[in-house]
Write a protein that binds this ligand. Structure first.
Ligand SMILES: Cc1cc2nc3c(=O)[nH]c(=O)nc-3n(C[C@H](O)[C@H](O)[C@H](O)COP(=O)(O)OP(=O)(O)OC[C@H]3O[C@@H](n4cnc5c(N)ncnc54)[C@H](O)[C@@H]3O)c2cc1C
Length: 646
């Protein structure tokens, strides 16, 4: 194993304040240097990404008076993948008076992440959660309300309170419209310059500081350089390394991977979230999977037949012959256990031959009881658009027949390493939202990605980036400096290379094969033997890619084949690091389940004595092994113990 990586020095989060956890965020905000309003006008910030994390940051920094340059690869900032989020956003408002508090959200999140996140960050996230809801309501986000007028709440996995705010099954869309309006207001005011249809392909680092990006105009193919005093990456997650996932088709790792190659540490790349409630794969030509929101587990009951191979219509299987396995194994949380646990349990019953639907890779999510209890109109009001979506995709009516669901890749907890200020290991490079390694440890609880993205963008970054910018404006970047020329030349060379190979295989065929390797060996269950095989196969396939890929068209046009090729090339490199990270972590925690490390009843078994750290990987050079830096995790407030949802 040690042949695959080198062990480097331990690292620490130097920005994390000490003292009582509830006072740390206030303390940091007070100690961070401020920039006075007149000086903000002299400072510039590039923000890559217009999802919830990027749009909220751009709007807030623009409003504060900084000069912001915003980038996205879609034709409108409003098409960022955040728009797909369905279920909701958490906040410790305790509107339900059911025992919730900032401390409980903090506790649930640390425990839900299987004790692999930082206490300071998670506590701050919980504190800020309450401000997010107020901000969004003020923007006009139409959250669901209950009859008394208060905002309504529902529950998500891994918790016993109701703290999830939602806008039917379109929470991400409504939140993004709010952030987009705020962003467009700044575009109108002239503080934000919007660059749509631009893909960042390289980071520019000058004198050790992030000072700009190289971007391709995706319509004309022009390679452009852009400069600023600081760069923020809000470029989302990399779940599409698996080819099939619930992510938007364009989601990719290029922005963060290019920064990684320039010196930014990549943390915990192997922590992937496999979501338990997705529509099962239906055929070999599928390129996208569809999520059925976790909110459905509030009222839907999950079951499989007790007998293996029972092929009866589910409506003909009597109660006594059904196994509501989550309610049976985890009576305290029932159908609302966290995602990692629900996914593994679904895999186990399918491995036992009790799965349903084609190939036996499915379990039922049944609303018959809910319809009986609440009536169909109430179920329609709560989940109608999700039911319609299910029916359109599968041709089955979920009001009459139970839905069939199966786990699928959904979210990546790993990402660029950041300190408490959200600054990466490259000075001047900040990372927000799903793109950073974030606050979720080894498993993210439902409805907390939106919370984290908006916490980062509206509240955290605007209070920490000033500490860095206070030393600016930095010396103007010389466009003919070797760092700038080298970055732009590298982008051009890569594009020329991809277009010149002219081989026999499509980009998609490589991507699909890579996805299969990742799902088989670095998916829901991982083992030393499988991961070793995966690394070998990824290397062989990458080699073939660079000899035999066929990229159609030219650079000087809208060219999706070229866009995909660049992204898949980066996925190859990331995939190898994910497998090495998964192999080196010889414990199970959250979404990372090592076959060799489980309790007697098949639950994830952590080894805190050896692995209570963040794995921050430094790029070792092309063809060279990566360097592992460990950031120890300390728990002062939540006792580290084996997770139990029983
Ligand atoms: C189907 C689905 C449902 C979900 N539901 C929920 C939910 O109910 N609650 C919840 O909390 N979470 C949910 N999530 C997770 C959540 O939606 C995401 O984690 C979150 O929206 C990510 O936001 P982001 O701003 O970090 O990134 P994104 O929204 O992915 O935005 C990324 C941005 O970066 C830009 N970009 C990327 N690379 C480049 C590049 N190289 N150059 C230029 N621009 C670039 C893109 O154009 C885009 O604007 C869901 C996820 C999925 C897939």
């Amino acid at each position: 194993m040690k042949d695959l990586y080198i062990e480097g020095d331990e690292i620490r989060d130097e920005k994390a304040p000490a003292g009582p956890v509830a006072e740390r965020w206030d303390k940091r905000r007070f100690s961070a240097k401020l920039v006075n309003p007149a000086n903000r006008r002299k400072l510039s910030v590039i923000i890559v990404g217009t999802g919830l994390a990027g749009a909220s940051a751009a709007a807030t920094l623009g409003e504060a008076g900084y000069n912001v340059k915003s980038f996205c690869y879609q034709d409108s900032p409003r098409r960022a993948h955040s728009i797909a989020a369905q279920g909701g956003i958490n906040a410790a408002k305790n509107y339900r008076n059911d025992g919730d508090s900032i401390y409980r959200l903090f506790y649930d999140t640390v425990k839900g992440g299987d004790f692999r996140s930082r206490e300071s960050n998670v506590y701050r996230l919980s504190q800020v959660s309450v401000e997010i809801i107020d901000q969004c309501v003020a923007q006009g986000v139409p959250f669901a309300r209950e009859y008394g007028g208060l905002l309504d709440n529902r529950s998500f996995g891994g918790v016993q309170v109701s703290r999830t705010f939602y806008a039917r099954g379109q929470t991400g869309q409504q939140l993004l419209i709010g952030a987009y309006q705020a962003l467009e207001r700044q575009v109108q005011a002239g503080t934000v310059e919007m660059n749509t249809r631009h893909e960042m392909l390289e980071l520019i680092v000058v004198d050790g500081r992030a000072r700009g990006i190289v971007a391709r105009d995706m319509v004309t193919g022009e390679i452009e350089t852009h400069f600023a005093d600081a760069v923020v990456l809000s470029s989302g997650g990399y779940g599409n390394v698996f080819y099939l996932s619930t992510n938007a088709m364009g989601c990719n790792v290029t922005a963060t991977w290019r920064a990684h190659r320039k010196g930014a540490h990549f943390a915990n790349p192997c922590y992937t979230q496999i979501h338990p409630t997705c529509i099962p794969v239906s055929g070999d030509y599928q390129s996208k999977l569809t999520l059925m929101s976790e909110s459905l587990r509030n009222d839907g009951r999950i079951w499989v037949p007790k007998e293996a191979g029972d092929k009866r219509d589910p409506r003909e299987i009597p109660e006594g012959e059904r196994d509501y396995y989550l309610e049976r194994i985890y009576p305290a949380f029932g159908n609302l256990v966290p995602r990692d646990i629900a996914s593994r349990a679904a895999k186990n019953v399918c491995d036992e031959g009790r799965g349903v639907g084609p190939g036996g890779l499915g379990v039922y999510l049944d609303f018959a009881d809910a319809i009986k209890r609440m009536g169909r109109p109430a179920v329609e009001a709560k989940y109608g658009n999700l039911f319609d979506m299910y029916q359109r995709i599968t041709g089955e009516n979920p009001y009459e027949v139970p839905m069939r669901i199966y786990p699928a890749v959904h979210y990546t907890m790993g990402g660029l390493w950041v300190d408490y200020d959200l600054q990466s290991s490259i000075p001047g490079l900040f990372v927000t939202g799903e793109a950073n390694f974030s606050d979720h440890g080894a498993n993210r609880l439902g409805a907390s990605a939106l919370m984290q993205g908006l916490a980062d963008g509206y509240f955290v970054l605007p209070n920490t980036i000033n500490d860095y910018l206070a030393a600016g404006p930095f010396e103007k970047v010389d466009e003919s400096s070797p760092e700038v020329e080298e970055a732009a030349a590298a982008v051009r060379a890569r594009i020329d290379k991809l277009l010149s190979i002219n081989g026999d295989r499509t980009v998609d065929s490589f991507h699909k094969e890579l996805g299969h390797i990742m799902w088989d060996y670095c998916g829901m269950e991982r083992s030393e033997e499988g991961l070793r095989k995966a690394v070998e196969r990824i290397r062989e396939l990458r080699e073939e890619f660079w000899q035999n890929v066929r990229v159609l068209g030219t650079n000087e046009e809208l060219n999706q084949s070229l866009e995909k090729a660049g992204r898949v090339a980066d996925f190859f490199e990331l995939a190898e690091l994910m497998c090495i990270d998964a192999m080196h972590r010889r414990e199970s925690c959250g979404g990372h389940f090592r076959a060799e490390s489980q309790t007697e009843d098949g639950e994830a078994l952590r080894h805190d004595d050896e692995f209570a750290y963040v794995a921050a990987w430094e790029f070792g050079g092309t063809g060279e092994p990566p360097v592992l830096h460990k950031e120890p995790l300390e728990y002062e407030y939540v006792e580290m113990k084996q997770r139990s949802y029983k």
